[in-house]
Design a binder for this molecule. Structure first.
Ligand code: SIN
Length: 323
């Protein structure tokens, strides 16, 4: 008999339609009636929070990750399913993934449709997530299960505002699938980003700047002057910016701000390929760190935890060097 905990945190999966739109708190709890019937599984449900996920801040994400860490250490359950709103699910799942050892199966799930809508997906998603939590034995790290697909927390992203197939891992694809008879894996992640063991402490003053043509340098200067300790820059292509932006990045670095470069592209790594002013080679010479093919929103959380945990630039660079 597998003991599985469903930890609910809010989102559409526990919302109902009222006259003025969908809202949280109208449903008493996540509906787990559809999974009660799973053989050889004992399900407990614990309401941890009940928030729409745009209200879930990095500090709340860290609380959830710390709670999961306690459950990983206590061995009270064989697996945990976290229900969460879809909007920031990828960030909370990633925060948990970089903090946890990975010895306890932790599976995030959600619903794109509320239980007031035709074709509601929540109950099936919970059922599939429980099945993954029961069968996962390969230390895959935190996974995300929606629409019968299993994704790695480090790679998954919400790609569509409305469709139930919204969650994808661009460039990689799902780890596997949940079918009627069994859970099937086709791909195993060979690495996971991990923070050094220890309490999860976050530095709040870490910004994320998405560069657009003619835009970026003044925001970087503003963050530097406002005392930000870290800035993640979502640059063009291979990791390039306008020379004015490169100068703003250099001013930030000279003021002691840690600057990490990612790309606006959905797939592929940043790399020092271009030597022109503002190109990747130039930015590296000015002291930026590169985040390979990681998404900016996730690398920002990583940097918040690194700075909050007192890691030096070289230690952060060492972790990023495997990307
Ligand atoms: C939310 O993220 O709380 C709203 C959207 C959803 O759960 O699908």
């Amino acid at each position: 008999m597998k003991k599985i905990l469903v930890l609910s945190t809010g989102g559409t999966i526990e919302m109902l339609q009222k006259s003025d739109g969908l809202g949280i708190g109208y449903a008493s709890a996540v509906d787990i009636s559809s999974i009660k019937a799973l053989p050889e599984t004992h399900i407990s449900i614990r309401k941890y929070l009940s928030l729409p996920s745009p209200h879930i801040t990095p500090e709340i994400m860290a609380d959830i990750a710390n709670e999961l860490n306690k459950l990983e250490t206590s061995r009270e359950f064989d697996g945990v399913v976290v229900t969460h709103g879809t909007d920031t699910l990828e960030e909370t799942a990633f925060m948990a993934d970089i903090h946890l050892e990975g010895t306890l199966p932790v599976v995030f799930t959600a619903a794109m449709r509320s239980s007031s809508e035709l074709g509601v997906d929540g109950p099936r998603n919970i059922r599939s997530a429980v099945r993954v939590a029961c069968t996962e034995t390969r230390n895959l790290g935190v996974t995300v299960v929606l629409n019968d697909e299993i994704h790695a927390a480090g790679r998954v992203t919400k790609t569509c505002t409305s469709n139930i197939s919204s969650f994808e891992s661009p460039g990689y694809g799902p780890l596997g699938f949940v079918d009627d008879d069994r859970v099937i894996y086709h791909r195993l992640p060979i690495w996971r980003m991990n923070l050094p063991q220890g309490p999860l402490v976050l530095e709040k003053r870490v910004g994320l700047v998405r560069i657009a043509a003619g835009f970026g340098h003044d925001v970087i200067d503003f963050l530097t002057e406002s005392g930000y300790r870290g800035i993640v820059v979502e640059a063009f292509g291979r990791g390039n910016v306008h020379p004015e932006t490169a100068d703003a990045i250099e001013r930030a670095i000279n003021s002691g701000v840690l600057v990490i470069i990612t790309s606006r592209c959905h797939e592929g790594r940043v790399l020092g390929v271009y030597a022109y002013p503002g190109g990747g080679v130039d930015l590296i010479n000015r002291g930026v760190l590169s985040a390979g093919d990681m998404a900016g929103n996730k690398i920002r959380l990583f940097l918040m935890a690194c700075i909050g945990g007192g890691l030096e630039k070289e230690q952060i660079q060492n972790i990023l060097s495997s990307l």
